[in-house]
Design a protein around this ligand. Structure first.
Ligand SMILES: C[S@@+](CC[C@H](N)C(=O)[O-])C[C@H]1O[C@@H](n2cnc3c(N)ncnc32)[C@H](O)[C@@H]1O
Length: 334
């Protein structure tokens, strides 16, 4: 926890999530008296707590994980009438908030990926280091990682592992999965991790061979990149003129989406690519965002020493202009 924002909450345990780039995100949002802020990835509430401590404003908190929002009770007691919780996806932020009478906000923060609590809880099945059900569903509903590895074709698995895990041995891993599941379907995390480790050697940097495949499955199971695309468009809908968008990404796939979106929406020409969905790469007649970070902000060495998870974090910030959204995008969003 950043010393600048004393939370008054119990000191962190090993399972607690330490907010990444907290000072930078709060400086970017610059919460003001009477402002309305959306934390689209509530997690352990680190950003929301700091927002509420910084100014007498109102926070709306979204998380797709029902367990995350249960942690909000203490915050609600500490800031009565100033904090509101919504279980759902940030890709639906505009609809979720407008259903509650909120059609404009002064800031949107997104801190992508999973929290430490989710990774550390073996029952959630995100970790290749602890045995647990091969689940990985943030929402605890829908298709699990076990469903995916047990039913998709070898080619589909290879594509997912290559695209979302950036695993150059994707085909080898997919073949190993398909062979192993014909003996015994996957239901446990360590079964999958062991099958991958038997086929792919540990790289020289010491990264566990299961890392990339687990990342790929998590992104696929939770449609994380689709959510990000819808979330950015949702923020464009919700933010008032001058409102701030702050997004913390943890890998290049996410950061590329944020970068492309902000570039296009600030009026820069985008080279068409099959990876760029039309709704993201489209440039409005007048810019809808002004980027406030030319380059993404990284964590300081001191923060990385305190919290190694911050190593890959990249923050991009932009301010909403008063230009209307593209009509085609408005209709096609979320
Ligand atoms: C990295 S943690 C956020 C930590 C938070 N900033 C804090 O300071 O405690 C990410 C959280 O976002 C949630 N999440 C991820 N994708 C989401 C989505 N599309 N919609 C809503 N919540 C999402 C996860 O369930 C997780 O609780």
């Amino acid at each position: 926890m950043c010393p600048a924002f004393s939370t008054g909450t119990p000191s962190p345990t090993s399972l607690d999530h330490i907010p990444v780039l907290l000072t930078e995100v709060i400086e970017a949002l610059a919460p003001k008296d009477g402002g309305v802020y959306l934390d689209g990835t509530f997690g352990a509430g680190g950003y929301t707590t700091a927002i509420l401590e910084t100014a007498p404003c109102v926070a709306w908190c979204i998380d797709r994980d029902p367990e995350a929002l249960q942690r909000g009770e203490a915050l609600a007691a500490r800031f009565p009438d100033r904090v509101n919780f919504v279980q759902g996806r940030f890709g639906d932020m505009a609809e979720l908030l407008s259903a509650r009478g909120i059609t404009g906000v002064d800031g949107v923060a997104l801190d992508l990926g999973v929290s430490s609590m989710q990774i550390e809880d073996r029952a959630r099945g995100f970790s290749f280091l602890r045995d647990g059900p091969l689940d990985m569903r943030m929402e605890k509903s829908g298709r699990s990682a076990a469903d995916v590895v047990n039913t998709l074709s070898e080619k589909e698995l290879a594509d997912i592992i290559f695209t979302y895990g950036e695993e150059r041995h994707a085909r080898r891993v997919a073949r190993a999965i398909v062979e192993a599941r014909s003996d015994r379907p996957f239901s446990r995390t360590l079964h999958l991790a062991d099958v991958i480790r038997a086929r792919v050697r540990r790289s020289q940097d010491g990264i566990d061979p299961a890392t990339r495949t687990f990342q790929a499955l998590r992104i696929y199971v939770n449609d994380e990149l689709g959510e990000l695309e819808r979330g950015l468009i949702g923020a464009e809908k919700l933010l008032r003129p001058g409102g701030i968008l702050a997004v913390v990404a943890f890998h290049s796939l996410e950061d590329r989406i944020v970068k492309t979106f902000l570039k296009a929406r600030s009026g820069a020409a985008i080279r068409p690519s099959r990876h760029t969905p039309a709704s993201l790469g489209a440039a409005p007649a007048t810019a809808t965002f002004t980027p406030l970070t030319r380059r993404p902000i990284d964590a300081s060495e001191a923060e990385i020493a305190r919290n190694p998870r911050a190593r890959s974090a990249r923050l991009r910030v932009a301010a909403r202009t008063d230009a209307p959204m593209l009509t085609a995008v408005v209709g096609g969003a979320a």
